[in-house]
Design a protein around this ligand. Sequence first.
Ligand code: CU
Length: 634
Amino acid sequence: MVDVASTTAHPLDSLTADEIRAAVSVVRESGRVDEGALFAMVTLDEPDRETVATHRPGDAVERRVRLVVLPGPEAAVVEVVVALATGQITEWTPRKGVRPALLFDDSYRAILALRDNPEWQEAMRRRGITDLERVQIDPWPTGNFGNSLEEGRRIARCLSYYRQQPSDNGYARPVEGVLATVDAARGEVLEVTDFGVVPLPPGRGSYLPEDNQPLRSDLRPLEIVQPDGPSFELDGNLLTWQHWSMRVSMEPLEGLVLRGVAYDDGGPRPILHRASVSEMVVPYGDPGPMHGWKNAFDVGEWGLGRMANSLTLGCDCLGEITYLDAVFSSEHGTPYVVENAVCIHEEDYGILWKHQDMNAGRTEVRRSRRLVVSSIATVGNYEYGFYWYFYLDGTIQLEVKLTGIMSTQALSPGELPEYGALVAPELAAPFHQHLFCARLDLSIDGPVNEAYEICYESVPTGDGNPLGNAFRQRSTRLESELEARRDVDAASGRHWRFVNPGSFNGLGRPVAYKLVPGPTPVLLAQPDSSIGRRAGFARHNLWVTPYTPGERRAAGDYPNQHVGGDGLPAWTTADRSLVGTDLVVWHTFGVTHGPRPEDWPVMPVEYCGFHLVPFGFFDANPALDLPPSAEHCH
Ligand SMILES: [Cu+2]
């Protein structure tokens, strides 16, 4: 056993490589799994709120590691918790019939097995493809359509793409019509279906500079200079900047996780106990057999942390950048580092406030600046950038940047799709959605918070409203979980406010933050469809639950091949009270993507997300103390 307790300073420090090694060897040496066991996930078993709240620097820290272990190739995991200080296994829970996120090992096995499969090879030859090394095979999570072939197995469904040259964009030439189902854990091809030959689209869809000559030559350098360095500090994973403090980490599935987000206002005032993107799903709208099953849960079926990029200075992030590495475990239990997985920097953001006093002839203006904490994940063809912003006026924002390459389908010459859009000759991209569910474990001035829905309502003309101009706010407390399944309504300006009923501002009103929704589609698939059941969280923009350990991800812990119903739809059926308790807010937002030619061959960033804005959390504009930037004003 490795003595790792002494190296840890805070209960929320990210797992170290030594801690991963120690936990894995405890499991291996327990004799309860054989050598072939795989480690789908190794993460910090997060200490409870009380432990975090009462921790003081120098206190001993009890570190526990949570592992999801795969004993063999079947659909079963064991959830294990290891206490590092004692080397004891404190939890050992076998879970039958569930699958973790697709393993890299499994994906690779699926590709190799399919490449060797005579039926698949024959299907390629029917399309004139003889050099099979030029075929790119993409394994996908398969969903759950009650196919008995898939029962008890870890399945990857495979799509094929043709690359004339190794550096070609495979998505330009989907091998339409060929679908393969592979037992990825055993490397066994179960089924190859050929729905009929469609010619390969003619274009190469290259986004490489050598294929897009001449490049522009009139862009002059734009440098971000901070001669005295940035204004934030990073100590371990504790990030502080302009009254803000938080702990930043990368988790294998959720990617960026922020914990203990607080604002120092004569003492730290907590706002968020924990914030993350708990799940996301990309359901496709084409009903045909090649594409109708496609819907990736990029958190629970892939993992935004596992897919995180190593970011590069001047390209992904510009300016004075500080990076955080991510330390994960391989599926064989070996720690590895994703260098520069998190980018931290400051950005100028235009003006924060201004007034020109016409009478006194005096102008005051202050620059807005934001702290950016970001990471980018590549999940197959798509890229997702996750950007948390913290502003000088107490605002928090999550912005997701969608880019990368769309999932495509080949069309016969002259064909126009009903459930997608033409993006290049003989090439379409199906309509699809990207639906994210942020989990916001609130702690606004303390754990007990309440949720209110705010709408504006017009008042009929009459007594008290003689001019007919009146409108007012209607505020409704959301009393229980079923009441708190809510959707946006732009016409009434509907939004939600989270209040601490026991903490009052200088005006005698309870302090609050409000959630300002951005783009907020909900799931368009039928509620009783397979995806409708599996992505139930995406059917509403707002869910609120009383904080319950273990309720961590919106579609449950194991969405891969899950029959559906888990996560928010299941938990909230209990209709628990939301009064006088810790609240967790779940916000579904995203994009319904109607592909454009301009999204091809690589998509300019599309944005979505939301803001959390202080609402009477402060007594007045908290940024009046910003100094004028007189030396730069001319
Ligand atoms: Cu899209």
